[in-house]
Every structure is written in C-alpha cells, then in structure tokens.
Design a protein around this ligand. Structure first.
Ligand SMILES: [Zn+2]
Length: 617
C-alpha cells in the first residue's frame, strides 16, 4: 500500500481510473477510499458477490479515482476484521478492506478453500489444457469485458488473459522505478525499446482481470478460464532475474516456457554427462512415437537442448514452489505448461518436437501445448492450405503420442481456411495465440467512432506511425530502412497508389507526399506495424527515444487510451468479441450454430451497458 510505485502514481495524479494495472494494487489511497465509502460516494458492484467461510463479499469502487475495496458481511457478527489486512469496521456490521495485492492473494486462497471449483481466479480446469484461444490483453480493463462476453456467449473457457513477460508487461515495478528494465531489440525499428512496452505490470494485470470478472458477474457462470504468462524466457541473460519473474507470475495458471535465450546462447552438454537412464527413456519414447533418429542426430540434438531443458526444469520447480507457498488448495496451485520452440530458426522438425516432449516427460513436466514453428508471419495468412495441412499433420502425429496439443504462435490474421485446417487436423486440440490483433481492433474502433476525442486520438496515432515509417524509410540501418519501405509500399500498392520504390523513395519529400496522399486507415501496414509503440510513447512523440517510456510522460500518453468514449469502448469490445467468435468457429472450438446465435446477439448490441449486462447470468 505504501509502495514506492503507489507514491509515484499518486504524486503524479496517475490514478487507476485512467491508468489501470500499473500498480499491483487496485487501491492507491485507502484513507480517501474509506472516507468516500463512508460518505456514500462509492459504487458497489451487486453482481460481484461471492462467499468464503467468513461470510459474503462484494467489490466497491470510487469511480472518480478507480480505487477499489472489498466489503465483507460476516457470517458470524463478531468475526475479527483481520481476515485480510487494513480492515475497517463500518457501523452497519460490515468490514471493508482495500483491494491491495496482498489482500488479493489472501482472498484467492480463502475463496478456493471454501469452493475449490470457483472460477473467480484463473485456473487450469476444464478443457483449458486441451483446446483454447490465447487472447492477448494489451488494453487491460477495456479489453477483458469483450473476452468475458465471448466466453459467456459461447459457454467456452479461454485463455482470457495473456501477454509476454517481461517483453510486453513490466515484470518488476521496482526495477521500472529504478530505470533498470532491460531493452528488447526491434530490428524493424532499428532500435531497442525498454521491455514492458505496454506499461502495465504483470501483477496489475493479474489483479485487474479478476476484478473485471467480478464486476461483470462472469464468475456466476462457472466457466473456468486461464491466465497465460506468455514466453517466459529460460536461461541466457534471464538467469539472474528468474526469481523476480517467478514472483511476478504467481497468479498465472498457464506458463509458456520459451527456451530461445538459452538455445541462442549456444551452450552444449556432453551426452556422457547426462543421466544415462533418462537418455535411454527419451530414446525409447521417441522410437515408440514412431520416429527413427540415427544415433549421431539423436546425440547432437540432445546435447544441444539439454542445458535449456535442465534450466526449464529448475524454473518449473520454482513456479511450483511459489504456488505451494502462497496457496493451500490443489486448484489454487495447478498450472498448465506450454513449450515454445517456434523461436528457433527454421521450421521445427517432428524429431525435434519428439525429443523435446520426451525430455519434458522424462523430467516429470507434463506439457499441455507445444508450439513448433510452421513458418507463420504475424498477421499474414498462410498461403498454401494443402502444404499447411501436411506440416501440421507431421507435428500432430508426434503431439498425439505425447498427449499434447499444438500451440499456434503468431496466430493472428490467418485465413478462415488456415484455422479450419488447424482445427480439423488436431481435432480442436490447439491454441491460437493472438495479441497484436487487438491493438489493431482498437485502431479500427477509434477510426469508426464519431466521438471528437476518439477521432483526435486516432489522428495522432496515425500521424505517429506515418512519422516513424518516414524516419525508418531513410534510416542508415539497412534492416530498418528495408522494413519501413516495405510497409509503406504495401499500403501504397493496396490502395492502387503509385508504389515504384525508386520513385516513392527518391527523396524524403517524395516519400512524404506519397504517404500523405493516402487517406488515413487502420488497414495500412505501416500503421499496423508501429501502432503498439504509441501507447507508452512519451507525449506521443514519434522519436525512438520516446518509445516505451515508463515515466510520467509515457503514462500520461497511456491515459489517453483509457479516456476514450463509450462509443469507442463498445466498438473495441465488439471488434474483439467478433474476432473471438470467428476463431472459435473456424477452429471448431465452438459449434457453428452457437457461434451464429452469438454473432446475431453481438450485432444487435448497441450500448456498452447492454454489452456488460449480457456477461452475467
Ligand atoms: Zn513462441
């Protein structure tokens, strides 16, 4: 509660109402919230009710600040106000508590001890470990109601909260305040951008996604959903901060292990140094899965991947230990595992997948999803469905032998036919991971909104990407220049504008006039590629040094997105829900008739209040 981060946020008037999920806490000023509650200036969410052994709980909020609290009506009148910390008894016999991170963790355990099948918190239950959609939540509180709506309409549990950590989310708010966050290379921008480029912290996201379910009454439907800590980096330069990564991801019910940092470091083991019994087990298991590897190839592969597998095992033990220390129930401790190997160069061979899965099995790590590389480009359909089918079939033969589903990474923007192939080959035992798609959907919603402030934000956003594209197109960095020019040329070609590179890029002035002749649109590739960087760009400025700014300037910019109109919010939510319906139908995760009914309901929804109301029972 008195954390340095909260002090920083309060001192700069960066409140939860317009900058949610930055702090792990959902209450920055408890004494002010207590006063507001006593004065009747808070809103109680009647749909949020749930029980623990102590009594009945509801969530309340001071909408002017976004600070949240819990109100307990004790089952036994004299229950001590120490169930959670900082409790304050009210005159009517209820007790109120601030929605702090510490209280949130305590509540999770109290809820699950009382009802192990509760779906308030993310879990590994139901079909979540076999078939799901991974929905990246870049705009947090604006985003979650859309996923809740889709899950409710389809009666289908999804990976309803997902983002890459530490790439997209701040993994440690103290490191952020200290200015010691690492940077991530973005070759197409020709620069490194601080990690956590969306601004929210992993704990803030963990907290916010649950509060959203309660506010909208989603938990009454008893649909289990999961939270995926995506692309958890294993080994390499991340060894030194793995404890902080584990701590931050405590509430994730689904961990994606990304071995690429250790594999990229090029470490190798000697076969003779690996437990011979384990190696024999792996060899036998790969053979039983129907794959023949000659001895030299098997040795080379196992020597290459062993160091990263050993580190994955060590990390996995830490995730399990953190959950065992914080929670007492099996439901509260369980988590799913995904093995991501699509970051390795080239297409993943069936042999590699088999050896990796056999190693995980021999090490006692049940893998629910494995993500091989299929040669997908983000937001581009796969051009050949017959070839795609062959690639997936090869992988599926291996996955089935290990009872694992296939994770499709870079899954946004594929064609309906691509998704149909993925679903048909795997019998819907798959996960499609999508994230960048939803930033695009925000752009589409603002572009379509008639609200003046939404339009102003859209224009600034578009202008930002124009300037970054022009900057890149004349960069001295060859990769950056080539990428920027290809994004611009694509937009010109798709609008039937002259797109001959020699002419368009003859001079900076020529390029500017070509791009400025285009009507602004969220369909332009350069807008799509650069858009996510606008969210935390200091003062919205299109210069590399302003990107991923974790100071007041970056968070003031972020606040603009959370101040969009109801029309903008509804448009965004409907766009997301529509995309989820599309994915669920084509992958076979939901029956076509159910999707058709949901589509009709979505199209008929004309107010944000109606949209939210449809989430609860
Ligand atoms: Zn991946």
């Amino acid at each position: 509660m008195s954390s340095r981060l909260n002090a920083f946020l309060l001192a700069n008037d960066l409140r939860i109402a317009t900058n949610p999920c930055v702090s792990p806490d959902f209450c920055l000023d408890w004494s002010a919230l207590r006063d507001a509650h006593a004065a009747g200036r808070t809103k109680t969410y009647s749909t949020s009710g749930f029980h623990t052994a102590s009594g009945e709980w509801v969530l309340f909020e001071d909408a002017s600040t976004g600070d949240h609290g819990w109100r307990l009506t004790p089952r036994v009148a004299a229950v001590a106000p120490t169930t959670l910390t900082d409790g304050a008894p009210a005159t009517d016999g209820t007790i109120i508590f601030p929605a702090t991170w510490i209280n949130f963790l305590a509540l999770k355990n109290l809820i699950q001890e009382h009802d192990s099948a509760s779906t308030i918190f993310p879990s590994a239950a139901g079909n979540l470990g076999r078939g799901t959609l991974g929905i990246g939540a870049r705009f947090t509180t604006l985003h979650w109601p859309a996923v809740e709506w889709a899950m409710a309409a389809l009666n289908l549990g999804l990976t309803a909260n997902q983002n890459s950590i530490p790439r997209e989310l701040v993994y440690d708010v103290d490191a952020m305040l200290d200015g010691t966050l690492d940077t991530v290379p973005f070759p197409f921008i020709g620069a490194n951008v601080p990690e956590g480029h969306q601004g929210q912290s992993v704990e803030g996201m963990s907290h916010g996604c649950v509060l959203s379910k309660l506010k909208n009454g989603f938990h009454h439907r008893r649909i289990a959903w999961s939270f995926n800590a995506d692309h958890q980096p294993i080994g390499g330069k991340f060894d030194t901060r793995e404890d902080a990564l584990v701590r931050g991801c405590l509430l994730a019910s689904y961990i994606t292990f990304d071995l690429s940092p250790e594999l990229a470091a090029g470490t190798r083991a000697k076969l003779a140094d690996i437990d011979a019994t384990l190696v024999a087990k792996v060899r036998a298991r790969v053979a039983a899965a129907g794959l023949t590897l000659d001895e030299a190839a098997f040795t080379a592969l196992i020597e290459q991947v062993w160091p990263s597998m050993a580190k994955m095992k060590r990390r996995d033990e830490k995730y399990a230990a953190a959950r065992a220390a914080a929670f007492t129930t099996d439901a509260g401790r369980a988590y799913l595992r995904e093995l991501s190997i699509d970051e390795l160069p080239g297409l993943t061979t069936a042999e590699t997948t088999a050896v990796m899965l056999a190693l995980c099995e021999a090490l006692g790590m049940k893998i629910h999803f494995v993500a091989p590389a299929f040669g997908f480009q983000k937001n581009m359909p796969y051009p050949d469905n017959a070839a795609l089918r062959v690639l997936i079939e090869k992988q599926w033969t291996v996955c089935r032998a290990f009872d694992a589903s296939i994770g499709f990474h870079s899954g946004s923007g594929k064609s309906a036919e691509n998704y149909q192939v993925m679903g048909a080959v795997t019998g819907s035992r798959l996960e499609i991971k999508t994230s960048g798609r939803y930033t695009y959907e925000m752009g589409r919603a603002l572009f379509a909104s008639k609200n003046a402030a939404d339009q102003a934000l859209w224009r600034d956003w578009y202008r930002f990407t124009v300037e970054l594209a022009l900057l890149g197109a004349f960069s001295t960095d060859a990769t950056e220049r080539k990428m920027a020019r290809s994004f611009i040329t694509d937009a010109l070609a798709k609008t039937n504008s002259p797109s001959d590179e020699a002419v368009v890029f003859a001079t900076p002035a020529a390029a500017r006039s070509a791009i400025e002749a285009l009507a602004p649109s969220p369909e332009h590739m350069f807008w799509f590629e650069y858009n996510f960087l606008h969210v935390l760009a200091a003062e919205g400025r299109a210069v590399k040094s302003a990107l991923g700014d974790h100071t007041v300037a970056g968070y003031r910019q972020r606040a603009r997105f959370y101040a969009i109109s109801e029309e903008g919010r509804l448009g965004f939510a409907k766009n997301i829900a529509a995309y989820i319906l599309f994915l669920a139908e084509n992958t076979g995760l939901a029956p076509a008739s159910v999707v058709a009914t949901a589509k009709a309901r979505l199209e008929a929804t004309t107010s944000l209040a109606d949209f939210h109301a449809a989430i609860s029972l």
